[in-house]
Design a protein around this ligand. Structure first.
Ligand code: AMP
Length: 366
């Protein structure tokens, strides 16, 4: 079996690494000269809308998937006429635009923060009035890691937010006074079999994922069941195949959907060591038409991103149960260049290892 992957970053690299022991070889399509996935997969170089490159990828693949959601939907559709493409291109469409995505959640009865579309200054002022402050103004498309966003705390903030973001299609969201952020990773096979990973508890710094704990601490079964049930609605509606991530704001017993990603997700990187079957392997199994593996956690894991700097590897690996994943990318400010997963038998041991890791390695957004 030959797997094609649109995108050659670290997610593509970890998908290809998980495919290899299953006897599946991978080829990535990526515009870069030396994308990090190319170290472990074939590489077709080209833009995501380059028909020649898409044709070459289709020729090299029995099935095609993607590792990021800003692949042009038309390219995914063009490929789908030639080779099976999973997750379905419709899932890309639903997740590329924050307004479409939130409307999709709301139509499925999945709670979201209050939101309103903003194209004009008049709409902006009206939405501030109806949603109230604080609120967050976001670009509808191409925002990630906190980019393309402005938080409004007082009416005076509106001017600066509009000066920075105005003129593009925008969305205004009510600011959720959340207790914490959590994500659910779900996977659905070609035959409709599903599996759900335990909730990850995610801490962001400067808009980027800094740390995930999984299973999330102090989570009752009810909360997890609700997240699974909401994710199940999305999987069923889209006739989804592959791993799907949904990020939530938890406010007491309430879960409000922030966004979804039709792909493997950073908050699930702990599954490589911390779950029976990693998100990467289950994604490969799903899109390649194989049975899914168990998504149960093995113990308690903590995941730290390495952002913008290279730590001393020996120092990282000297910490008990630390697993290093270095992506082979050159460190640049705010660039994710690796991650470390700490595995523990219980939440107390996880806290101990986490404290030691923070003290010795000083994980940060650099
Ligand atoms: P996003 O790119 O939408 O995931 O936003 C990045 C981060 O900004 C989130 O992880 C939250 O920490 C924060 N944020 C975004 N939207 C909201 C909101 N409506 N209420 C509170 N915090 C938010």
């Amino acid at each position: 079996m030959r797997l094609g992957i649109l995108g050659g970053g670290q997610l593509g690299r970890m998908i290809a690494l998980a495919a290899h022991p299953l006897g599946i070889t991978s080829t990535v399509l990526d515009p870069g000269a030396d994308p990090c996935a190319a170290a472990v997969a074939g590489h077709v170089r080209g833009e995501f809308d380059d028909l020649r490159a898409l044709y070459d990828l289709a020729k090299a693949s029995d099935v095609v998937t993607y590792e990021f959601e800003n692949v042009p939907v038309e390219s995914a559709r063009w490929l789908a006429e030639r080779v099976p493409v999973f997750p379905p291109p419709k899932a890309l469409e639903m997740s590329q635009d924050r307004l479409v995505e939130k409307t999709f959640f709301a139509d499925l009865g999945i709670p979201t923060p209050p939101f309103a579309p903003i194209d004009t200054r008049e709409q902006f002022d009206a939405a501030i009035g109806s949603i109230g402050l604080p609120a967050v103004l976001k670009t509808r498309r191409f925002g990630y890691d906190g980019k393309g966003q402005a938080v409004l705390r007082t009416p005076a903030d509106a001017e600066a937010a509009w000066a920075t973001l105005g003129g593009r299609p925008l969305i205004l969201e009510g600011f959720v006074p959340f207790d914490r952020e959590v994500s659910i990773l779900a996977v659905r096979s070609r035959t409709g079999e599903t599996a759900f990973y335990p909730l990850s508890e995610n801490e962001h710094r400067e808009g980027m994922l800094y740390r995930s704990l999984a299973p999330a601490s102090g989570t009752g079964e009810e909360l997890t069941e609700r997240a699974c049930e909401f994710a199940q609605r999305v999987l069923a509606e889209l006739d989804y195949v592959g791993v799907l991530a949904i990020e939530w704001f938890q406010d007491g017993p309430r879960l409000l959907a922030n966004e979804m990603a039709p792909r493997v997700h950073n908050s699930g990187h702990w599954t490589t060591e911390g779950a029976v079957t990693s998100q990467f392997e289950n994604h490969v199994r799903a899109v390649c038409g194989l049975p899914l593996g168990s998504a149960a956690a093995v113990g308690h894991s903590a995941l730290f991103n390495l952002i913008g700097y290279q730590p001393d590897f020996a120092e990282v690996l000297a910490i008990p149960n630390a697993h290093l994943h270095w992506y082979g990318k050159e460190p640049k400010p705010r660039r994710k260049v690796g991650h470390v997963t700490l595995t523990a038998g219980d939440p107390e041991e996880r806290t101990r290892l986490t404290d030691e890791f923070v003290r010795k390695v000083n994980p940060r957004v650099q």
